[in-house]
Design a protein around this ligand. Structure first.
Ligand SMILES: NC(=O)c1ccc[n+]([C@@H]2O[C@H](COP(=O)([O-])OP(=O)(O)OC[C@H]3O[C@@H](n4cnc5c(N)ncnc54)[C@H](OP(=O)(O)O)[C@@H]3O)[C@@H](O)[C@H]2O)c1
Length: 250
């Protein structure tokens, strides 16, 4: 049953917020947590209203647009009215759009696409941390997990390509590290992690999946990620882990 260890530690069912709840992995996380007895409330945040959640009494939808800080602040304030949240999962992200393609070589580098990827993959999550860290409980374990990617590792980069996506995730990893230092000073039991979900069949990865990679369904990946989140402790803060719980080199 998901997040059992954390709920047992806290001796109460958990309150969880998921940013990017409309995405492949985000919606699978909402689905898995809806079925867990250890979760009391799920705040499912996305740009577009999630119809399926209206039937699930545990999950409540709130609007958020990572390109508009006011909506992030408003969502955090709305949640705080009802109390703290124990777990925040940032499951949003961008790799491609109709007009943006991952760069195969440096001739494809282009300012607007780079800015768009940094806005969603780096700046948006940083602003979520800014507004949601104050909503964590002050005592006892709490966790913020942001979905990053193995390709954000600088030392692991042997293939090249995908400049903007790689760089935006490497920058996210640095934000995670920097934020974690301050968070540890202000809230010593809080943990901030980056997580690589594996290669997962979603809209984001669909055009780029190579056959030689192990591929998960969003449900499988959500299950693995929740298991890593459940095991998280302060020794892990500021670092990036994969779906198995193995550390990803910087
Ligand atoms: N799938 C993989 O193989 C894989 C591998 C490594 C890492 N990851 C990472 O895992 C995370 C989730 O990926 P996924 O595969 O689930 O992707 P996805 O299905 O494309 O979902 C992406 C989510 O990001 C949200 N988003 C985009 N722009 C937004 C904005 N301006 N404001 C608020 N939300 C916004 C989308 O919301 P809307 O519905 O509103 O657009 C959607 O919920 C990403 O960070 C990705 O980089 C995925």
């Amino acid at each position: 049953m998901f997040l059992k260890r954390l709920a047992n530690q806290k001796k109460k069912p958990l309150r969880v917020a998921i940013i990017g709840a409309s995405g492949g992995i985000g919606s699978a996380l909402v689905g898995q947590l809806s079925n867990s007895n250890h979760v009391e409330t799920i705040y499912a945040l996305s740009r577009t209203r999630l119809q399926t959640l209206q039937v699930d009494k545990k999950a409540q939808w709130l609007p958020i647009d990572l390109l508009d800080e006011e909506t992030i602040e408003k969502a955090a304030n709305e949640i705080e009215k009802n109390g703290t949240v124990d777990v925040v999962i940032i499951a949003s992200g961008l790799l491609h759009t109709e007009n943006i393609k991952p760069e195969k070589d440096w001739r494809m580098l282009e300012s607007q696409s780079m800015s768009a990827l940094f806005a969603i993959n780096t700046i948006g999550p940083a602003l979520v941390m800014k507004h949601f860290a104050p909503v964590l409980p002050k005592g006892g374990r709490s966790i913020i997990a942001a979905l990053s990617a193995r390709v954000g590792s600088i030392s692991d980069n042997r293939l090249g390509g995908w400049y903007s996506y790689r760089a935006s995730k490497a920058a996210l990893n640095q934000i995670i590290r920097t934020f974690s230092v301050e968070l540890s000073r202000k809230n010593k039991d809080a943990v901030l992690l980056g997580l690589h979900p594996g290669t997962v069949s979603t809209n984001l990865s669909e055009p780029y999946q190579a056959n030689n990679y192990e591929r998960f369904t969003p449900q499988q990946s959500a299950e693995y990620l929740l298991s890593v989140i459940d095991q998280a402790d302060p020794s892990m803060t500021g670092k990036v882990y994969d779906w198995k719980g193995d550390i990803i080199p910087e």
